[in-house]
Design a protein around this ligand. Structure first.
Ligand code: PLP
Length: 383
């Protein structure tokens, strides 16, 4: 039987085999690192390898990641950047002064803070709206007719679930585009473009790489000929927000195990969410895999194979949360998410001005043994 075409292969196969990439020069099953910044031309002055001229415009290792990501995402094209924030900025830099944008409220604080500052500097009208409230989002689209709407699902750290299809319909009807930050879900759990988003964004620093050793960002697009995509590509070529070859190589290596990691992290997070729900020291658990979560039914339709590694919970008594964090032995007290090792964050300490309650702890659940993680939480909370 002939092998299936890449279009019909499953994510686990695409990722494990890096969409068929090999070291063409040696036959090695792992593609090499290409550190060259410039590429030779022949006697006729044409590039020896078509398209390879200068690594700010075409970088072989970055292109390998883009190929695999586009396959996983069901995208027409993908682009990688040196951080998630560089990918966010790449989108917003395409907006003309005077434009109007709609941005989901209470998303990753770094995104909110940067967008607020950028919009002020560029005289862009910024409307912030709770996009998990579909009616409020649709009403804001109809009133303000944004050129672009930005959502994040599941959101960080509130784990709100946004209806991608409803939001895409609403912003399209108003003549704008929908960009979805899918960092927490990764394309393995949700392919945002399948639900109507125009561009999916990822902090590849998180689950895509999964090993807390690469800073990177990524965008995937449904229509590679769209004006916004052409503008982003031109801006990346000229302004130079490109991912280095070693980082791209590491990212590709990390992505080979993404489907496995996404599955195990989701299983572990689900078990911890259920455990914490029954814990007497815990006031509330925010995890879309729990049936009592407000966005659970929607998450079941949008997320496939699990609900991701991110989980927040509120410790009774507020201040008790910080003491509990200090007692944790397995969870590293560190920011970020989506790595193989479990992390815990007391975001109130870091961002006291953003309204995050003192009792809220955010977990990024890794691939360790779930029982060990539960024991650690138990001893820290007092069982
Ligand atoms: N989007 C989300 C949801 C994030 O959690 C983060 C970082 O924490 C970013 C974007 C920014 O990504 P980076 O840190 O790779 O610049």
């Amino acid at each position: 039987m002939a092998p299936k075409s890449l279009d019909t292969l499953h994510p686990a196969t695409i990722a494990a085999q890096a969409a068929g990439l090999l070291d063409e020069g040696t036959g090695g099953v792992v593609p090499p690192i290409h550190p060259a910044t410039t590429f030779v031309r022949g006697e006729d002055y044409a590039p020896i390898v078509e398209g390879n001229v200068y690594s700010r415009s075409s970088a072989p290792n970055g292109e390998m990641v883009e190929k695999v990501l586009a396959q996983l995402e069901g995208a027409a094209d993908a682009m990688v950047f040196p951080s998630g924030m560089a990918a966010v900025a790449a989108i917003f830099r395409t907006l003309p002064s005077g434009a109007t944008v709609l941005v989901q409220s209470q998303i990753y604080w770094g995104t909110t803070a940067w967008i607020r500052d950028f919009c002020t500097r560029r005289a862009i009208t910024l409307i912030e709206v709770e996009a998990a409230d579909t009616e409020a989002f649709a009403a804001a689209c109809a009133t303000h007719k944004p050129k672009l709407a930005w959502i994040e699902t599941p959101s960080n750290p509130w784990l709100r679930i946004v209806d991608l299809t409803a939001c895409a319909d609403a912003v399209h009807a108003a003549g704008g585009l929908l960009v979805a930050d899918m960092t927490t879900a990764t394309p393995v759990l949700t392919r945002a473009l399948d639900f109507g988003a125009d561009i999916a964004m990822h902090s590849a620093t998180k689950g895509l790489n999964g090993h807390s050793d690469v800073l990177a960002g990524a965008l995937s697009v449904a229509d590679a000929q769209s004006d916004i995509w052409q503008a982003i590509r031109a801006d990346r070529d000229m302004a130079g927000a490109v991912l280095g070859p070693f980082e791209a190589w590491l990212l590709l290596r990390g992505m080979r195990t993404l489907p496995l990691r996404a599955e195990r992290m989701s299983q572990n997070a689900q078990r911890l969410a259920e455990y914490l729900s029954d814990h007497p020291a815990v006031e509330a658990v925010l995890y879309p895999g729990l049936p009592n979560h407000k966005g659970h039914a929607l998450a079941c339709t949008q997320m496939k194979g699990g609900f991701g590694p991110l989980l927040s919970f509120v410790v009774k008594g507020g201040a008790a949360a910080l003491s509990a964090v200090g007692r944790l032995k397995l969870f590293h007290r560190a920011t970020s998410l989506g790595g193989v090792e479990s992390l815990v964050e007391h975001r109130h300490t870091i961002e006291p001005h953003t309204g995050i309650p003192e009792g809220l702890l955010r977990l990024s659940v890794g691939i360790e043994d779930a029982g060990d993680l539960m024991d650690d939480l138990g001893q820290a909370l007092g069982q």
